[in-house]
Design a protein around this ligand. Structure first.
Ligand SMILES: [Zn+2]
Length: 349
């Protein structure tokens, strides 16, 4: 009897543990409710200037000099190995940080150091994180991310020249405009802007972020990566949404923004065929609602979507310069991304 009771209790205990293990790791976040018609943010769109945006892209990709720490510099590469070893031609992280400090209080800026280990060494690399606290729902976070780092492979030397205008100065520039403009408004939810690095090294920065930050408060993440090439002028790009219903809500909000704001943009809406080749993917792996915005890079044959493929032929090559991309196209996608972030965060002004 006694033994049986013990056995029974043991089985019960094991069942309880199994139940706990099943429930523990994944918190399913439901789609957040998005107003059918977004409250308009006065002047956000008119404060976004094509010249400003283009200047960020040119500066980040070495087409125009910058000032860092009061000294002139030319950013010819943003290769993580070059940015974080103090190379003079790779001061993109310091440059972006210096810009952000003009607009954002220090306690809302985080320089997030993380270890990166390759076959030979362990290095210290950094993500840059800006947080704009929400007024009424501060524990719900809307993330806009882009990778700052660049690379060249098979051609050239990434330590010397990896301009990465398309991949991904266009996204890093969008975040700079977000950091400059969004603090001028108030939102229900918290907005977080993240410049990841190490993306070209197995998404090291976004994986590190997931390791050392809470992620179950992220209600939406929009990742911008490589959306400036459009040789045909069809203004068609890709929304990589995936199959999570909560991610679909973000994708739908993006589409509504394009339609409502009358932006002349077209897209492939990718669910089952969505790519995992950027920093949104580690978030998908932990069930965080996220989408990726990219040019028409993949041949996916979505009915009513982009015709053929039109990805940059300079992908991961020294020719990925600001002259080879369509800046007005990238700028309009940036407008859509910022308006969607504002919409998801719930504008109060
Ligand atoms: Zn990229």
């Amino acid at each position: 009897m006694r033994t049986n009771t013990r056995k029974f209790l043991l089985v019960l205990f094991i069942l309880l543990l199994a139940q706990l293990a099943c429930n523990l790791p994944v918190r399913q976040i439901g789609p957040i409710s998005i107003p059918g018609r977004a409250p308009t943010l006065p002047d956000l769109d008119s404060r976004l200037q094509m010249e400003n945006y283009s200047a960020w892209v040119r500066k980040l990709s070495g087409a125009e000099p910058v000032q860092v720490g009061g000294q002139p510099a030319l950013i010819t590469t943003r290769y993580s190995y070059a940015m974080f070893t103090g190379q003079e031609n790779a001061r993109a992280f310091d440059f972006v940080l210096e810009q952000v400090r003009q607009w954002i209080p220090e306690d809302q800026i985080e320089v997030d150091e993380y270890p990166y280990t390759d076959a030979e060494h362990t290095y210290t690399w950094k993500n840059l994180i800006v947080t704009l606290p929400g007024k009424s729902l501060p524990d719900e976070v809307v993330v806009l991310s882009a990778h700052l780092d660049s690379i060249v492979v098979r051609e050239g030397n990434a330590l010397e020249a990896a301009p990465g205008a398309d991949d991904n100065a266009v996204g890093s520039a969008a975040l700079l405009e977000a950091a400059r403009l969004l603090p001028q408004y108030r939102f229900e939810r918290t907005i977080r802007l993240i410049w990841f690095t190490g993306e070209e090294s197995s998404s090291a920065g976004s994986r590190a972020y997931i390791q050392d930050h809470p992620i179950n408060n992220i209600v939406a993440l929009i990742n911008l990566d490589m959306f400036g090439y459009d040789s045909t002028g069809d203004r068609c790009f890709e929304l990589h949404v995936g199959t999570n219903p909560a991610s679909d809500a973000i994708g739908q909000a993006f589409v509504q923004t394009i339609q409502q704001d009358g932006l002349n943009l077209h897209f492939d809406y990718l669910t089952g065929q969505a790519t995992d080749r950027s920093d949104h993917a580690p978030f998908w792996e932990v069930n965080t609602p996220a989408i990726l915005v990219m040019e028409n890079f993949f041949d996916d044959g979505i009915p009513g979507g982009c015709a053929g493929v039109d990805g940059t032929p300079f992908y991961h090559r020294p020719g990925d310069t600001s002259e080879t991309i369509n800046l007005p196209f990238a700028f309009d996608i940036t407008r859509a991304a910022l308006a969607t972030v504002a919409r998801l965060a719930g504008p109060l002004d």
